[in-house]
Design a protein around this ligand. Structure first.
Ligand SMILES: [Fe+2]
Ligand SMILES: [Fe+2]
Length: 192
């Protein structure tokens, strides 16, 4: 995982692997922030984490894993393992969203989720991304970066205040809306 959390510079040279690596780094930063903070800082960092994970994992499920299935060194078993990890993480995340950052058990749950998500990210970096770089033409990877960024731009960025419960918990609805919007955008024929 890269040492720096600075986002990859969007530009003609950025490919989808650069973009996903930068998102992995930002996910790691946000976990640190959530775990190390309290109150509004923790709530805002958790909201951003939920949003970023929704965008990131949806993009991987729609674009990256299907591509990796057909590559030498990739294949169904590897992709199925990654999808199973993503499903498991989503279940844990839903529980954390439902209870909110002040819930008993949040501290334990967020650490378990961090460990699972970062392990998952390292498997992608070790077994999946190198295959993409090796076997998929650079033009195609750069086009996909643009498609993922465009899809992300269609997603609602901040949960509407009405989406929060009286306790200030983030409802699962906004995260699901992000997933739907990113998925729809990536399924449009123009997404490449
Ligand atoms: Fe993933
Ligand atoms: Fe990932």
């Amino acid at each position: 995982m890269p040492e720096t959390g600075a986002p990859a510079t969007p530009g003609p040279e950025e490919d989808v692997v650069d973009l996903l690596l930068a998102q992995h780094a930002r996910v790691e930063q946000l976990f640190l922030l959530v775990i190390g903070s309290t109150g509004d800082t923790r709530r805002e960092a958790f909201d951003e984490l939920v949003h970023l994970l929704a965008v990131h994992e949806t993009a991987e499920e729609e674009v990256i894993h299907p591509l990796a299935r057909n590559l030498p060194g990739g294949g169904d078993a590897m992709v199925d393992d990654r999808l199973a990890e993503e499903r498991q993480a989503k279940e844990t995340l839903k529980t954390l969203i439902a209870g909110g950052v002040d819930a008993e058990g949040f501290d334990t749950g967020i650490i378990l989720l961090r460990d699972a998500v970062l392990t998952h990210a390292r498997y992608e970096e070790r077994y999946e991304f190198p295959q993409l770089r090796q076997h998929v033409p650079g033009d195609r990877l750069r086009t996909l970066a643009g498609a993922v960024r465009a899809a992300e731009a269609t997603a609602p960025t901040r949960p509407h205040p009405s989406a929060q419960s009286a306790k200030g918990n983030l409802a699962a609805g906004p995260a699901l809306a992000v997933v739907d919007r990113v998925r729809d955008a990536l399924r449009k024929p123009s997404a490449g």
